[in-house]
Design a protein around this ligand. Structure first.
Ligand code: AMP
Ligand code: TRP
Length: 324
């Protein structure tokens, strides 16, 4: 199957990105034709620092590699290295109703947050994302819960294009985790963990053991004392249990059993230790990769060449279908 997904080079990646998305990629790359993109054109739709964008792009690519994404098996590249993404995005813009874009939850949230800086690019963001996906005739798009609506819109855009101009695109399907598709903030467990929120609300993949321990110890828990999964009544504990069960590759039921008579404090201590154990290899691998930036550049360049060939083939079909 053809798989496509991407992460924006904005902020530091956190365990939500890793547990909900990158772990899916690791599974998928074993038996599928996978493309994993660093989506820099998406990252510039809200205010950003241009002087560190290139560094952020390399950092995300390094995270893909440090997580175990294998450039021998998967294609890794930077979105802006394949210009066909913007060409297709423009063409898809012409068949996408503005109303569909205004209804997107992420647009509403981000435009509320950046009320003084709403650019047309923020509204059109899901069209660029549809172009990313459709350009490669993608069948499955592994993402977190918050991107489900965008992938469904991409599918609708493909359907509309095929109906208007003839069969051109495969209709992509979204794939999200049954448990853990939305990892919540440590400080406000009814909100999702986000790169753009204060540091203590998330565990970054490169946090030191001290930072991890501090953040878990001060994370919001709930009233009561039982370690039980119940997102409505116990959002804090349920979120920590979700993180624990994903790291241990256990069901939530088995995770609950591990702490049947334990206190919140014992549970938090065990979770901190586990996070330290699982995240240490990331820090080590990242330090190692930072010493060979040319290796990352080489991988991204080879990936862009491979992706470019596929993108060009789709664009030839699209131009012909549209009479261009
Ligand atoms: P972003 O951090 O917005 O670039 O998102 C990259 C990927 O991680 C997307 O597939 C998101 O759906 C996913 N993601 C971001 N935050 C979370 C979270 N808190 N829980 C689960 N998935 C997430
Ligand atoms: N919009 C996605 C996010 O913020 C990133 C993204 C861009 C993406 N293009 C994509 C994800 C294509 C999957 C497929 O997380």
């Amino acid at each position: 199957m053809k798989i496509f997904s991407g992460i924006q080079p904005s902020g530091e990646l956190h365990i939500g990105n890793y547990l909900a998305v990158i772990t899916q990629w690791l599974d998928l790359q074993e038996k599928n034709d996978c493309i994993f993109c660093v989506v820099d054109w998406h990252a510039i739709t809200v205010p950003y620092n241009s002087s560190i964008l290139q560094q952020k792009i390399k950092e995300v690519a390094a995270i893909y590699l440090a997580s175990g994404i294998d450039p021998e098996k998967s294609t890794i590249f930077t979105q802006s290295a394949v210009k066909e993404h913007v060409e297709l995005a423009w063409l898809l813009n012409t068949i996408t109703p503005v109303g569909d874009l205004q209804r997107m939850t992420q647009f509403k949230e981000k435009s509320a947050k950046h009320a003084k800086n709403i650019c047309a690019g923020l509204l059109n963001y899901p069209v660029l994302m549809a172009a990313d996906i459709l350009l490669y005739q993608t069948e499955v798009v592994p993402v977190g819960q918050d991107q489900k609506q965008h992938v469904e819109l991409a599918r609708e855009i493909a359907r509309r294009f095929n109906a208007r101009f003839g069969e051109t695109f495969i209709l992509p399907k979204v794939q999200i985790m049954k448990i853990g598709a939305k990892i919540m903030s440590l400080t406000e467990p009814t909100k999702k963990m986000s790169k753009s929120d204060p540091d203590q609300s998330r565990i970054s993949l490169f946090d030191t053991p001290e930072q991890i321990k501090k953040k878990i110890a001060s994370s919001t828990t709930d009233s009561g004392h039982e370690i039980k999964y119940n997102p409505e009544e116990k959002p804090g504990i349920s979120n920590l249990l979700t993180i624990y069960s994903l790291l241990m590759e256990k069901t939530i039921k088995d995770a609950e059993k591990d702490f049947a008579n334990a206190s919140y404090q014992t549970f938090k201590q065990r979770l901190s230790e586990l996070l330290v154990e699982k995240l240490t290899p990331f820090r080590e691998k990242k330090t190692e990769l930072a010493q060979s930036p040319e290796r990352i550049e080489k991988i991204l360049k080879a990936g862009a060449e491979k992706a470019g060939i596929q993108a060009q083939a789709t664009m030839a079909k699209v131009r012909q279908a549209m009479g261009l």
